[in-house]
Design a protein around this ligand. Structure first.
Ligand code: M6R
Length: 600
């Protein structure tokens, strides 16, 4: 879950690495550090955000590595911040992941080495120190060290008097960027996207020796070649474009993200969908069960998708929180398709569930936003949601793009399996095509939603209720509010309130009711009456003017049939954003969270 960056080139490295850390701060922001090397090594570290770390002023150094941290081992202090060094102070290491056998390694090193932090990472520079004593190259010393490590890691290592940087990865992501006179390192391309969009994704087990103009990649000690890809991103896509927060920018990018998700996949003249799926049609026809595995927002997109898949592809579909997944229960693995939904493609819980499914013999399909991510390498097949880079920790545009892409998948499977009528396919596809316009109509109501959010920002507990596909949207909207505003927010199936949670409802707990088409709004209105009679203020999110008289405030959703709940979600993203803004929360970097959760 941390961010790694690095630069080896002809310019002063300090400034470039510092900017790389700023770009990566969404991956972790409790401490940060930089190591610059030439004949000597200098370390610059801070507790807190990257802004607290002065840009190192060594203009003569053109090689450096940096790290922004989300703590797993040890408090977020300067001592625990990366880079970590060996006893000589000449070797510096930054690391993302977890070294599972660090206790054991530390115990064996303790007699001859002095440790200064509580981190698992610190064993790495000390191991390298021992190997370098055998008078071998830095590359060989890192190679020997990685052979001793158990767990997941992406590391970058630099040492005084040794040319360039050595990097290695096992499970945690790491990629290289190439420009004419420099090599960049990143845990994702955001680290260096303003300098280059030409990248090489390293694979698990790769180790690379990098200088400004040479890159040599090894796997298992043997040289290997990896493809260079050109990313379809630009620096602007990863910047804030004048918005106060990435989250707000990304909320506004949703019409474009949805157009990208749909583009070239739906034939306007017919009802056919092309998702470039390689899994054979005969296999897809024989599937008896789909299991969706995902976490957080992606799990909510999975719940939304499951109903569509059951109904339109006529296949039993379950959705499992990835960290709880276990392929048991007598299912037939050959007839089970496991779909991993993950925007980052790097979520450890989801990857671990995917591996469990693969071990059991199931076929796997990934739905992700991130080209070259681990999930794309490990799943049998991948469908990209094409939302573009999402930096804000709170997922917004990736949620709507996941739902839109999953809807296309349901239509595609329905057609392959011959379970979907042309009329229904046409209705679903026109709902998907209308999504960008419908979302824009919500964005046009931003000022009204902002005003309501400011009125309600004094409350510190909120309930969201919805039925059918309104329920995953209730869960997702509550998650959005809680993670960025720190208010207590819960989503419930509307009918469940009276089985317990109603005890919590008072005039101080606003209730947000999903009343859009396809969510049994009439039934939910009964539950609205129950909460109103307990004095709770109610916001209705609805496409039906008739519901307006039952609620205190309405967010209007344009009529767009089966896709209305996901459009309603956009209004509730804005609501969450402006409640948090009113409370002056650090919206893009909520406390204790990070964008990509690469630990289990
Ligand atoms: O990258 P993923 O989609 O696998 O991430 C899963 C969750 O960590 C993520 O959706 C998280 O819940 C969101 N940041 C919440 O807004």
């Amino acid at each position: 879950m941390c961010g790694i960056t690095g630069y080896i080139g002809t310019e002063p490295a300090g400034e470039i690495v510092h900017q790389g850390l700023k770009n990566l701060e969404y991956r972790g922001y409790d401490s940060a550090g930089i190591a610059l090397t030439s004949d000597t090594l200098s370390i610059h570290k801070t507790e807190g955000e990257v802004d607290e770390l002065p840009v190192p002023s060594r203009d003569d150094v053109d090689c450096g590595i940096g790290h922004t941290r989300w703590s797993t081992h040890g408090e977020p202090t300067t001592e625990n911040a990366h880079p970590h060094t060996d006893c000589t102070g000449d070797i510096a290491v930054v690391h993302n992941g977890i070294i599972e056998n660090y206790d054991e390694l530390k115990a064996s090193l303790r007699a001859t080495h002095v440790f200064e932090s509580e981190t698992d990472t610190e064993v790495i520079p000390h191991l390298i120190e021992d190997h370098l004593a055998d008078d071998i190259s830095l590359r060989s010393a890192v190679q020997r060290t990685t052979e001793q490590l158990e767990g997941s890691y992406a590391i970058a290592v630099t040492a005084a008097g040794h040319d360039g940087v050595v990097v290695a990865r096992e499970d945690s992501p790491l990629l290289l960027g190439h420009s004419d006179d420099a090599t960049y390192i990143g845990s994702d391309a955001t680290a260096f996207i303003e300098h280059t969009n030409r990248v090489t994704y390293l694979e698990s087990g790769d180790l690379a020796k990098l200088t400004a103009d040479t890159i040599t990649i090894y796997n298992d000690g043997e040289p290997v070649t990896r493809d260079t890809e050109t990313l379809d991103w630009d620096a602007d896509a990863a910047g804030k474009s004048g918005y106060e927060h990435y989250m707000l920018k990304e909320i506004h990018e949703q019409p474009r993200a949805l157009r990208q998700a749909i583009s070239g996949r739906v034939d306007d003249l017919s009802t056919s969908v092309d998702l470039d799926v390689d899994l054979p049609a005969e296999y897809l026809q024989s599937v008896e069960e789909i299991q969706i595995i995902a976490c957080g927002t992606s799990y909510h997109a999975g719940l939304y998708a499951a109903d569509l898949l059951e109904e339109h592809a006529d296949v039993r579909t379950s959705v499992e929180i990835a960290s709880e997944y276990d392929f048991t229960g007598g299912r037939d693995p050959w007839r089970t398709l496991v779909v991993a939904i993950t925007q980052s493609g790097e979520t450890a819980d989801t990857l671990s569930a995917l591996r469990e499914a693969e071990r059991a013999g199931a076929r796997t399909l990934a739905l992700t936003n991130t080209l070259g991510s681990t999930v794309t390498r490990e799943a049998d097949d991948t469908v990209f949601i094409r939302a573009g880079p999402e930096i804000g920790v709170a997922a917004t545009k990736t949620f709507v793009s996941q739902v839109a892409t999953a809807t296309l998948l349901a239509v595609y499977l329905g057609q392959v399996r011959n379970t979907l009528s042309t009329e229904t396919a046409s209705e679903l596809l026109s709902g998907v095509r209308d999504l960008p316009g419908a979302v824009q109509q919500i964005l046009d109501q931003e000022n009204a939603i902002k005003k309501t959010a400011q009125e309600y920002a004094g409350s510190d507990a909120f309930f969201y209720i919805g039925r059918r596909s309104g329920y995953p949207v209730a869960l997702e909207s509550a998650l959005k509010l809680k993670e960025i505003s720190y208010d207590h927010a819960e989503g419930f199936p509307s009918g469940e309130l009276k089985h317990g949670p109603l005890a919590l409802v008072t005039p101080d707990t606003p209730v947000i009711a999903l009343l859009t088409a396809g969510t049994a709004p009439k039934k939910t209105l009964n539950n609205v009456k129950e909460v109103k009679s307990r004095g709770a203020p109610v916001i209705g999110v609805s496409s039906n003017p008739e519901t307006t008289s039952h609620v205190d405030t309405t967010f209007d959703v344009p009529n767009c049939g089966p896709m209305e709940p996901v459009v309603a979600n956009v209004a509730l993203q804005l609501f969450a954003y402006y409640v948090a803004d009113e409370k002056d929360r650090p919206i893009d970097k909520p406390r204790n969270l990070a964008k990509s959760v690469t630990v289990e």
